[in-house]
Design a protein around this ligand. Sequence first.
Ligand code: DGJ
Length: 691
Amino acid sequence: MIRHWHLGDDRQSLVLASFDNRLPETVYWGPALPEGESLETLSAVSRMDVTGGMVDENAAVSLCPEASQTFPGQAGLTARSRDGSPLAPAFRYESEAASEHGLTLVFADTALDLTLVFDLALTPDTSLLKLQTRLESADVIQVDWLAAPVLPVPAHTNEMIEFSGRWCAEFLTNRLPFAPGARVRDNRTGRTDHAHFPGLIVCNKATTNTAGEAFAFHYGWSGGHRMVAEELADGRRHIQFGHASASQAAGRHFVTAPLYATYAPGGFNGTAVRFQRHLRDHIVTGARTPRPVHYNCWEAVYFDHKLDELKAIASRAAELGAERFVLDDGWFGRRDDDTSSLGDWIIDARKYPDGLTPLISHVNALGLEFGIWFEPEMINEDSDLYRAHPDWVLGPTDQIRGRQQLVLDMAREDVRAYLYDQIAEVLKNNDIGYIKWDHNRVLPVVEAAQTDGVYQFLDRLRTDFPHVEIESCSSGGGRIDFGILERTQRVWLSDSNDALERQRIQHDAALFLPASVTGSHVGPRHCHTSGRTLDMRLRAWTAAQRHMGFEMDPRELTDDEAATLRKVTGWWKDNRNWMMHTDILRLDSPDPAIIAEQQLAGDGGRFVVFAALTRPSDQILPHPIRLTGLDPASIYRLTLANRDEAPRLSRGMPLLKTQDLQASGQYLMSHGVTLPWRFPETVFVLEGRRI
Ligand code: DGJ
């Protein structure tokens, strides 16, 4: 007997089938199937042949491949009974429920008293699948691995792009061929981490930013994930995502985080746009519009807080265009460096004898909102909190410290209650509209309960202080995922304020992140994390590509730099209302020295291209950059917004240096736009409108 289900829209179809009541398997995932396609036939035709040297039936790549079915690869569930003996369930169909865009499929192993539930949904406007697996057990069991619904990827996809990175170099992409065997990423850091963004894109060798097929996945969880991308010996391939292995305590109820997935043609932009839109329109809630220009004081003063200096900095930042002032680390306990005070969220009376009010009033009088830094999950041994509650620390006492700090056990009710009281006190007594929420070390043990505790705590604070926006920071981009972004409105993408580094990081992060959540700041002239000296034009335009902010001592700026920053900030303010809702489309540049993107308005009527030349080009003449996503038959007018930045060494007269260009979408996408010659470490900004 075959049961089948279809989840889809006009862009993609996912067809599942269950044979003889066994777990459902994907018999089709790809472009939308036409109406009238017989799912029965697709299911029947998915049965594969058997030959010599094989078992008599091919074990299914089901939504949870089962060891009990002689599955020849990584199973979707690894569990043990209370006495430690392995469980090998064989699930059979129980029931199902369908909603307009979702499906719940229930399977059970009655002998072991286990129920496996798959929750599958498709969000119609973004065409993103949201997939979760639940396991219920009558007895207490230990689950070492539970995969979110497992999806196969077809044989014609032969490459994958996965993510690594480090502090100041987040979202590094690795493009690897599939080969027999499993590529397993088991993130043991207990946080999302710089080195393990939980995403994967499966594609062809030929897939580019703008052309080809892609299947993209993201696991929305902040506690460390495990990914399996496996090619079985027989050639079938499948993708699994779940919590980091053995990170869940023994129990009766287990649930994965949502796995978001989508198939799209149109290259990496096809899947990227769906993730960007879904994050912006369905995951993030409560973000202020328009997005205010930030000023963050970290790289200006570090721990050296002096009220008068901070006031002067705020005044100067306001005059440059800032609209939100964020007081970073150093305002609480006796925090003069990073060795003490985490856990003591009491305003430091040495630095702020009259509390924060004098600074906040000053900032507010300038018309800026006030934001403040916390690192709630952490504790220093040199703190009153540690002296009172050394037992609140997560992990063994002899663990290696990280930035001289330990982690609080957020699974404990009393820890959360203490933190709530301390933080709520600061929020209640001060006019605070924003928290920068930091998390500066990996965890000593990997426990899902820690992340569940953090989520609970964040949810409570958000309910009680709904007007407070939160930024997720973890030494820069160490905690960026849809789980944390359900509770926050911005990410601090990286501690690198080096605009050249930032160009690369922003570009790769756009495979999943929209501009509206991605913080980007104009850093100091001499970059503190790379030692490079960078021009203000590069720094300012790079920040203007995302949610803009400043993070230098604004008093260091020359008049020229200040004028440039004011101009670019003004430009950003004039454009943010539409730019914060664009699709970021990565462009394929024939010159590898160029990082280019096109931010296209939802209605396609307007766009802006940012083309950064990150180093000298190998060839002397600039090559055309082909645009994307335009209507071939429409005419567009293009203006080089910063044509005044073309250097004197550009001696010719290419049209864009003096005039606007009017051309069809066809020309712009097929031939492309040639920009004037320029120096490296510059960004050209090309504004376009359909006329
Ligand atoms: C790490 C963050 O990424 C920085 O921006 C800053 O907030 C420091 N922590 C403060 O300790």
